[in-house]
Design a protein. Sequence first.
Length: 105
Amino acid sequence: MFVGKVTGSVVSTQKVEAMRGQKLLLVEPYCLDKETQSVLSSIGKTFVAVDTVGAGEGEFVLVVQGSSARLTPETRDLPVDAVIVGIIDAVQARDKCVYSKEHNS
């Protein structure tokens, strides 16, 4: 599981039948900044993930990959390898709040 930020969406009109109706979002993985340990920083990659929780652009989310991505009721038997399973309210590290949805909206 990793923390990511929704940076956009993907529209695909031609896809396998099982994927029809699935919302696809671009997610950029983030990690705790190595130097300061006080902010989340992008790792410079982008994934396409199926959204199962109604996430929107700019939100930080929890993403699962691989076989875990096919264990949700919404994605069982779908050809996916990345799924958004949560919207993050806050991240704390070393007794510091490094992200708060309330303060970053």
